[in-house]
Design a protein. Structure first.
Length: 260
């Protein structure tokens, strides 16, 4: 017997989604979520953003392999056909998994920062391409220096500049990349808080983030959540969910009674 098939047949609603999701290895779960985000009735852009803006080169390589094996199609081809514009171009760049790792060159940080600043001022197609190329391909260490130089040049934080100059899912994706570079647990704490409070408990987002980060940095996410929003993630899940679904989420969250 296949355990996943049995779970699907015998469980229901969000509890089933959690239990089935926990059966997948991380790369297979990412592939599963991307497939449904791309091939569902409506493209789920925020799911694409959460996954592709936050994964390492190795995680992207593994999820692409899992995607091909599970669905017999290429992830980048599906992104190309199901999204559009500069949002698509940026997703495609991230899906290559070719970000430089561990390399930083202080001598070029100011140059990159100037390109970013010009991209926020002029907003031509060419400038948008340069903007996403830098954010998708420079190492995290390099971009930390670039963001500081951007502040020095413009007197403005890079996130504020992007929010002022761009809109739509392209803007959301660029901001997500920056926030993940700065502090990934804080980004996911912010996404969880929005999913719980701004969308009346957006179940898909809460489930996806808890499962995907459960063996990576969920303890850090819990800590950032409490620091930033005053109440624990455990408290907010308990307040909004119920029944076996609530129990499953709390078990993943691994909160203690005092967190409530």
């Amino acid at each position: 017997k296949d355990l996943i098939t049995d779970l699907k047949e015998n469980l229901s609603h969000h509890f089933k989604e959690v239990m089935v999701g926990l059966m997948y290895p991380p790369a297979s779960y990412d592939a599963h979520e991307l497939w449904h985000a791309l091939k569902g009735v409506d493209t789920e852009e925020k799911c694409l953003i959460d996954i592709l803006a936050s994964r390492s080169n190795m995680e992207i390589f593994q999820m692409k392999e899992a995607y091909l094996m599970q669905y017999n199609t290429d992830l980048q081809q599906d992104i190309d056909s199901e999204t559009s514009g500069h949002f698509r171009d940026t997703l495609m760049n991230l899906a290559q998994g070719t970000r430089m790792e561990g390399y930083a060159d202080p001598s070029t940080a100011a140059q990159d920062a100037m390109i970013l600043w010009e991209a926020c001022q002029q907003k031509t197609g060419e400038h948008k391409n340069m903007l996403q190329m830098i954010l998708c391909n420079r190492s995290y260490q390099q971009l930390w220096m670039v963001f500081q130089e951007f502040q020095n040049i413009s007197g403005q934080d890079i996130v504020d500049a992007i929010n002022e100059c761009y809109d739509g899912y392209f803007q959301e994706l660029l901001v997500a990349i920056v926030l993940c570079i700065r502090d990934k647990p804080s980004y996911f704490a912010y996404r969880l808080y929005n999913a719980i409070h701004d969308f009346g408990f957006h179940n898909k987002t809460v489930i996806r983030i808890l499962i995907a980060r459960s063996e990576i940095d969920l303890m850090n996410i819990r800590q950032r959540y409490k620091e930033r929003y005053g109440k624990s993630l455990f408290h907010d899940i308990k307040h909004f969910a119920s029944g076996h679904y609530e129990s499953a989420l709390l078990a993943i969250c691994a909160g203690d009674a005092e967190d409530y």
